[in-house]
Design a protein around this ligand. Structure first.
Ligand code: IVH
Length: 720
C-alpha cells in the first residue's frame, strides 16, 4: 500500500490490527515490513502535515519499535526511505558546495496596489491578454531550500547560497519530519524533480529556543528566520531534529519525465486522489502552479493549501491582500508578505525571467514590523538568581501595532556584539507575537555625543558584590538576601506553574513586600491579615480568596514546590524527576553531586546547582519552616502508589532506554509496587523494551502472558 491521504479508514484499520498484534506480543511478520513502513509514514503525515494524529504517541512508538526490530534482524531490508532512517545520521564535518539544477532566483518586491497594477499591466502586455489568473500564497519568512527527489527518493537538500550554488544539507533536511523521505512521483511519470520551499521555525519554538539560550547565559537570536537558517547549518543532525523546524514547499522548479512506457499505475493512483488534484496532469505535464501545489500536497508535502487562493485579475488580488495581512498574526509561523504568481505554467514560460527574478511572480511585502528609535538609557534589573539584566530604555515607538519602550539587551557581551551606545538610533524588530529585539544600532547616524554603556560593578539594588562564572556572559549579585532577588523568588514561588497561588500576582507580591507583610518565601504562610488597614483596595473578599489560595497551596505536589524554589537549571521536568527520586525533600541534603547525576535529566551543571542549594544552611532552614507551616515535603504520590497500581507485578527491562537510566526505571517500577526480576519466565508480567533489545525479547515473545511494552508505555503506566 502506498501512502495516500485518501485511504484513512484502510490505514486506521491496519494500524489498529498491527497495534493489537504488538500488544498481544505476537511478532509482526517480516513480510509485512513494507506495509508497516507505509503505516508509519501515514501517521507521520497525519501528525506533522495535517496536525491531526489518529493514534497516540505511544502507539506510534510501538509500531516504530516493531519496524526497528525487524530491520535489526534483517538489515538487508532497510531502505533509504524507511521512517527509521531520519535519525542517527553522523555529524556533518562540512557542508559541500553544490550547484542548483536551476538557479534560485529572488522575487521582485511590491509594497502597494500601484506597484501591483503596474506589474500586472506589463505581464498582460507581454502575454497579450486582458486578464491573468493568479495564485496568491504566503511569503514564508524563513530559510529557502531546494530538494531533489530521484526515482521517488530524496537525494539532496540544499541551502540557497548565492542562488547558483548552495550547501548540501541533506542530513539535516532529513531531520525535518514534514519533509517526506520518499514520495511516489513516478506514478506521474516523474523521474527527477526539484522542489523549492522555506524552512521556518514556529513562533512558539522560537520563543522556547531563545528562553533556553538566555537560561544558559547566551545571547538570544533576533528572529525565527535567523533561528531557522542557523539550525539548517548545524553540525549535529540530532540537534536539528530538536529544533521543531517546519517545511513549506511552494515551487516545482524542474522535473524530468520517465520514458512513457514505464508509467504504469498512474490511473489507479489518480482515482484515489481528491477531486482538486484531478486537473494536475494533462499528459503527465503539470499545467498550473496551483495544481502543482495540490500535487505536492497529495504526495505528502506541506505545500500552501488552505493558505493559497486562485483569483482572476489583479483587482481581485488586491482585494484579498488585506484579509491575508489580518491573518498574519493568527498564524503559528512568521510570514512577511504574500507572493502573487501567474498560475498558468505556459504563461510563466512566456513571461520568462530577468537575471534577478521571474517576471511571473512578485512579492507583496506587508508593513515592516521594524522601526527606528533612540536608546535613552539602560536599567539594570536583578532577577531571582541574582542575574543582572540590562534593559534598554527606548523612546517609545510603534512596531506592528504595539508601543515598545523597553527591550532586554540580555548581557554585557550582547551589548558589545551589537555595539550599543546610549543616544544611539537603533533598529528594532518585532516578529509577530515574539518579544521585540534590537536588530542593530545605526552607527552611521552617530554625532559623537553618544555614551558608552558602563556595567555596574556592584548590585544596583543591594550594592552587594557581583560575580561572573567562567564561560558565562551573565553577572550575578552574590548576596542571597538581596531585596530584589528575594522579591523575584517570591514571585516565582507563587506563580502559576509553581505553587499557583492565584490572586497573588507580581504587583501584589511587590505591594505586600513593600508593606512589610512578607519578607521571604516562608512568610507567605504567616501573613498578618489583621493589619489590613495597610492594604488599600483589599476588601474582605479579596483577603479571604488570597488566604484560602495560600492555604490550598500547602497541598501542592512536591514537584511544584521544588520548581517553585527556583533552583538554577531546575525546570518543571527536572523538578518532577527530583520529586520522584526521594521520600522527603530534605533527603537531598545527603545526596552528593554524583548521586544526583544518576538521575535522568540531571547533568553535571544541574547536579552542582542542586547540591549547592541543599548545602546552604539557610535554604534548609527555609524548607524546615515551610514544613512547620504545613507544607507537604513528603512525596505523597509515592506513598499512594506504593500501595497501588503495580503491586506484585514483575518487571524486567531490556535494551537501551532513551528517557530513563536502567536504575531509575527499576526504581520507578519498585516505587509503584512492582518487583524487578532477572530473567524471562512465565513469572514475568512486563518486559519493558528499549532499543536493540535482543534474546530476552525473543524469549518473551514466546510466552503469551508477558506484556511487552515500550519505555513510553512504561512511563504512562507510572503516570509520568
Ligand atoms: S517563489 C523562482 N514562493 O522569498 C521563484 N518564494 O524574497 C521562487 N519565499 O527566495 C520563489 N515564500 O526564499 C516563492 N510562497 C513563496 C515564498 C517564497 C517565501 C522566499 C524565497 C525567495 C524569497 C524572495
Amino acid at each position: 500500500m502506498e501512502f495516500n491521504s485518501g485511504d484513512i479508514q484502510a490505514f486506521q484499520k491496519v494500524s489498529f490490527r498491527l497495534i493489537e498484534e504488538l500488544r498481544l506480543s505476537s511478532i509482526i511478520s517480516v513480510s509485512e515490513i513494507e506495509f508497516l513502513k507505509s503505516v508509519l509514514r501515514f501517521h507521520e503525515h497525519r501528525y506533522y502535515i495535517l496536525n491531526e494524529p489518529l493514534i497516540s504517541d505511544s502507539e506510534y512508538d510501538l509500531l516504530y519499535a516493531a519496524l526497528k526490530q525487524i530491520e535489526q534482524k534483517h538489515p538487508e531490508l532497510v531502505t533509504k526511505d524507511s521512517p527509521t532512517q531520519r535519525v542517527g545520521s553522523s555529524i556533518n564535518k562540512s557542508f559541500e558546495t553544490v550547484q542548483h539544477l536551476v538557479p534560485m532566483l529572488s522575487l521582485e518586491n511590491s509594497y502597494n496596489a500601484d506597484d501591483l497594477i503596474n506589474w500586472d499591466r506589463k505581464a498582460k502586455e507581454h502575454c497579450k491578454l486582458d486578464v491573468i489568473e493568479y495564485c496568491i500564497e504566503p511569503k514564508f519568512d524563513g530559510a529557502s531550500i531546494s530538494l531533489i527527489y530521484e526515482n521517488d527518493l530524496i537525494v539532496r537538500g540544499t541551502t540557497r547560497g548565492d542562488g547558483v550554488e548552495g550547501e548540501d544539507i541533506t542530513n539535516n533536511i532529513k531531520q525535518i519530519r514534514s519533509i517526506p523521505l520518499s514520495a511516489p512521483f513516478s506514478k506521474f511519470g516523474i523521474q527527477q524533480i526539484e522542489i523549492r520551499g522555506e524552512i521556518v521555525m514556529t513562533k512558539a519554538s522560537f520563543t522556547k529556543y531563545n528562553e533556553g539560550l538566555i537560561a544558559q547565559g547566551l545571547s538570544p537570536l533576533a528572529n525565527p528566520r535567523n533561528a531557522a537558517s542557523g539550525s539548517l547549518r548545524m553540525k549535529d543532525p540530532k540537534e536539528v531534529a530538536k529544533r521543531n523546524l517546519e517545511a513549506f514547499l511552494y515551487h516545482v522548479s524542474f522535473y524530468q519525465r520517465k520514458p512513457a512506457n514505464t508509467v504504469n499505475d498512474k490511473e489507479e493512483f489518480l482515482e484515489k486522489l481528491t477531486p482538486n488534484t484531478l486537473s494536475v496532469v494533462e499528459d503527465n505535464v503539470l499545467v498550473t502552479h496551483s495544481s502543482s501545489l495540490n500535487l505536492l500536497w497529495e504526495l505528502g508535502f506541506r505545500s500552501p493549501q488552505k493558505e493559497k487562493m486562485v483569483v482572476q485579475g489583479i483587482e481581485d488580488v488586491i482585494k484579498h491582500l488585506h484579509d491575508f495581512e489580518l491573518l498574519r498574526d493568527t498564524l503559528p509561523y512568521e510570514i512577511d508578505g504574500m507572493v502573487i504568481k501567474v498560475n498558468d505554467f505556459a504563461l510563466q514560460e512566456t513571461l520568462g525571467m530577468t537575471t534577478h527574478h521571474p517576471r511571473w511572480a512578485i512579492a507583496f511585502k506587508f508593513k515592516a514590523r521594524q522601526a527606528t528609535t533612540q536608546l535613552l538609557g539602560i536599567d539594570f534589573q536583578v532577577g531571582r538568581t541574582g542575574a543582572i539584566t540590562p534593559v534598554a530604555k527606548l523612546k517609545p515607538v510603534q512596531v506592528g501595532g504595539v508601543t515598545v519602550s523597553s527591550i532586554s539587551v540580555h548581557n554585557e557581551e550582547y551589548i558589545k556584539e551589537k555595539d550599543l551606545k546610549i543616544g544611539d538610533n537603533v533598529l528594532i524588530e518585532r516578529a509577530g507575537d515574539v518579544i521585540p529585539q534590537i536588530v542593530k544600532s545605526l552607527t552611521e547616524l552617530r554625532d559623537g555625543g553618544e555614551e558608552c554603556i558602563v556595567f555596574p560593578n556592584m548590585c544596583p539594588v543591594c550594592r552587594g558584590e557581583l560575580f561572573k562564572e567562567e564561560g558565562e556572559a551573565v553577572w550575578r549579585c552574590v548576596n542571597i538576601e538581596c531585596e530584589a532577588q528575594v522579591m523575584e523568588k517570591i514571585i516565582h514561588f507563587v506563580s502559576k506553574d509553581a505553587m499557583d497561588i492565584n490572586s497573588f500576582g507580581e504587583a501584589n507580591v511587590r505591594k505586600f513586600y513593600g508593606l512589610g507583610l512578607i519578607s521571604d518565601i516562608p512568610s507567605i504562610y504567616n501573613i498578618n491579615f489583621e493589619s489590613k488597614g495597610k492594604l488599600d483596595g483589599f476588601g474582605k473578599k479579596s483577603i479571604d480568596n488570597l488566604s484560602s489560595a495560600i492555604e490550598a497551596s500547602k497541598f501542592q505536589p512536591l514537584h511544584r514546590l521544588i520548581y517553585g524554589l527556583g533552583i538554577r537549571f531546575v525546570g518543571e521536568t527536572t523538578a518532577k524527576v527530583l520529586a520522584n527520586s526521594v521520600e522527603h525533600l530534605l533527603d537531598f541534603v545527603d545526596k552528593s553531586e554524583e548521586d544526583l547525576q544518576k538521575l535522568d535529566d540531571v547533568g553535571i551543571k544541574v547536579a552542582k546547582s542542586i547540591h549547592h542549594f541543599f548545602s546552604n544552611e539557610m535554604n534548609v532552614e527555609m524548607l524546615k519552616q515551610l514544613e512547620s507551616h504545613g507544607l507537604q515535603l513528603f512525596n505523597t504520590k509515592k506513598e499512594v502508589l506504593q500501595t497501588g497500581g503495580l503491586i506484585n507485578q514483575t518487571f524486567l527491562f531490556t535494551g537501551t532506554l532513551n528517557k530513563l537510566k536502567r536504575s531509575e526505571a527499576e526504581a520507578l517500577a519498585e516505587q509503584h509496587g512492582g518487583k524487578i526480576v532477572s530473567g524471562v519466565s512465565s513469572k514475568l508480567n512486563y518486559l519493558v523494551v528499549g532499543d536493540d533489545a535482543g534474546s530476552k525479547l525473543e524469549k518473551a515473545k514466546k510466552i503469551n502472558t508477558i506484556k511487552i511494552i515500550t519505555e513510553n508505555e512504561f512511563l504512562e503506566l507510572v503516570n509520568l
